[in-house]
Design a protein around this ligand. Sequence first.
Ligand SMILES: *Cc1c(COP(=O)(O)O)cnc(C)c1O
Length: 359
Amino acid sequence: MSRVYNFSAGPAVLPEEVLQQAADEMLDYQGSGMSVMEMSHRSKIYDSIIKTAEADLRELMNIPDNYKVLFLQGGASQQFAMIPMNLMKNKKAAYIVTGQWAKKAFQEAQIYGEAVKVASSEDETFSYIPDCSDLDIPEDADYVYICENNTIYGTKYQTLPNTKGHVLVADVSSCFLSEPVDVSKYGIIYGGVQKNIGPAGVVIVIIREDLITEDTLPGTPTMLKYKTHADAESLYNTPPAYGIYICGKVFQWLKKMGGLEVMKQRNEEKAKILYDFLDESKMFRGTVRKEDRSLMNVPFVTGDKDLDAKFVKEAEAAGFVNLKGHRTVGGMRASIYNAMPKEGVEKLVAFMKKFEEEN
Ligand SMILES: *Cc1c(COP(=O)(O)O)cnc(C)c1O
């Protein structure tokens, strides 16, 4: 068996230990004589899997009792519609546009009501997080929307925006469980799990209970009402059962690692190795404002397209894969999620140094 260092932005690297456990349990999950893929989501044994996963996530994130945890489908992109359908009582919401994902959410919300762009960093190709300390947020906005970590551009909010009392909704797909968060500051925290938690097909929504109501926009499908899933504890219909099982294993791995405080330290250490090199290198440089750098997604360029392509090709041959930047920005991007070992980053930097000397 030969595993590569996988710097993919998502679906992305998972802890090897978790994959090994899943392999061991593939044919016979804990004496049940079947795979988790083959069991009823209404069975006692599956109930224990989903309940344990939720309990472990609550413990890891210290989720207050007045928040529900929902395991849904449709990816993060489904939430771009589900959020306005459920929350736009006044048909108005404020959006801070810091990248492609925030922009898509903003555009989707326009289908349902008045989405107001209260700040944007599009003027400098999303290379920074705008000052959000005193935004002009409409009084009757139902919520303020952010994408907390911008997967494509590699920026992250270091402080949350001043929402002036409005509900904060955050897409945390690419920084989910990378560090501790104060859940009570948000109305909704959600993310697709394929970046930092598990296999594609599961989206986790952590939502304050008072935001779960019958009062959704007219025409909202049953499946797109938070209340449907909250009332049924994520078992209204067949959930993405196997994906949730893997998420549960990752939660247990995170607990064993020491929790989110320890993950934050690890992630800071890993990111520092790469950023320090980018700052001293004469060939490579980071592409975003230093204060706004993400710990998870690190975009960089040489400034020469052909050299970028050569780097990506040679890196791949050396076992460092998926370093090509997003198709909309070019260059390179190293996604260094929780499951990327420090050794992977150290070896990547050693490879970059060697490449710099040779080119
Ligand atoms: C990947 C990503 C998405 C899109 O997720 P899907 O599950 O493919 O819909 C949305 N937001 C962010 C921040 C992402 O990184």
